[in-house]
Ligand binder design. Sequence first.
Ligand SMILES: Nc1nc2c(ncn2[C@@H]2O[C@H](COP(=O)(O)OP(=O)(O)OP(=O)(O)O)[C@@H](O)[C@H]2O)c(=O)[nH]1
Ligand SMILES: [Mg+2]
Length: 391
Amino acid sequence: NWTVLDKIILPTRNPSKKFVFGKGNFQVLTEKIKKLPNVTAVFLNVERISSLTKKELEGAWGVQVFDRYTVVLHIFRCNARTKEAKLQIALAEIPLLRSNLKNEASQRDQQRGGSRYIMGSGETFLETQSRVLKERELKIRNALEKLRRKRALLRTQRRKCEFPMVSVMGYTNCGKTTLIKALTGEAGIQPKDQLFATLDITAHAGYLPSHMAVIYVDTIGFLTDLPHNLVESFSATLEEVAYSDLIVHVRDITHPETILQKATVLSVLRNLNLPSHLLDSMVEVHNKVDLVERYKPAEENALAVSALHGHGLEELKQEIEKKILAVTGKKILTVNINLEGPQLSWLYKEATVQEVEVMPEEGTARVKVIIGSSAFGRYKNLFPSSKISMS
Ligand SMILES: Nc1nc2c(ncn2[C@@H]2O[C@H](COP(=O)(O)OP(=O)(O)OP(=O)(O)O)[C@@H](O)[C@H]2O)c(=O)[nH]1
Ligand SMILES: [Mg+2]
């Protein structure tokens, strides 16, 4: 529940230096902060400040000081719902605790002079605490690994039912959750106007124009310069994306930094070591076009939608279907079958039957199916005389 009272842009020194600011700038900043009566915290938009620097600045200004890492961590902590998200955050906190510890230990050493050993243990304070932290980290990693294995199991089960998976990705707050809600009609989904509203991967079923069912996967949003440790903690979550059949990249085209956001998303995706066909087939969606008059995408293949008002969704679904059929090698066919033969029950077993139009006088039916390429090959071998037309 913070509100921004004031902003200022100042050059910072090399992050490894003890002081973030030069003397003059530090003075400017201190005066500014002292003048504003209601300041409760200062946010420095740098990736990390050392805990020593933090302490010094807090001492000088009398308020809490946050860097990008702690702010993002704080938002994550507020939004974490599942066990996995909480574990991932706990893991991301370890480096922070570790650097605090180093400072605390060095201060203790200075205060106490010689007596650095904890009674009889032969371990220094720093060693004991480091060991505790290491054990904690190991515990968290093990718990995460367990969850990961469970998810892999779920994944194989899902593969078996052969629902194509569509991962919806994009910068934080671009409208991923809203879009999935619109595509699936699931009422329980709650988009929010806040950063990192979604911290857990969730799956939602929806239908494409030919009634093919797909699973949409809602993912965690990206952020420019997201601290590296945080990315690592959440990489397990993003692993899931590698197993999807298609990526939909959602962009908030009303955001002033939409171009930078796109670059960030693409660069994170490239670093995830995804199969190259996933990157090549990616669908780019320009969202929130209701806020722009007569919006036309500059990118050739991008689709303009308003997830909130439901504009452009049919075109999007058609595009998703086209791509899904292409990557999965599935075809939509209409076949003529003899009702007395085994074709219909075979199709029910080996393919997805969508429509059956019975012609009683002829004893035949026209069957619309979605069928994989290997099943299609087998069908043609088994029933060579069956009439087939592509739709
Ligand atoms: N005007 C307008 N607002 C939209 C549209 N789509 C989403 N929003 C708003 O954008 C905000 C963020 O939407 P979400 O769907 O939560 O975004 P997200 O990408 O899932 O965000 P994170 O999970 O935080 O990464 C919400 O306030 C939505 O109402 C749209 O088409 N038009
Ligand atoms: Mg979301």
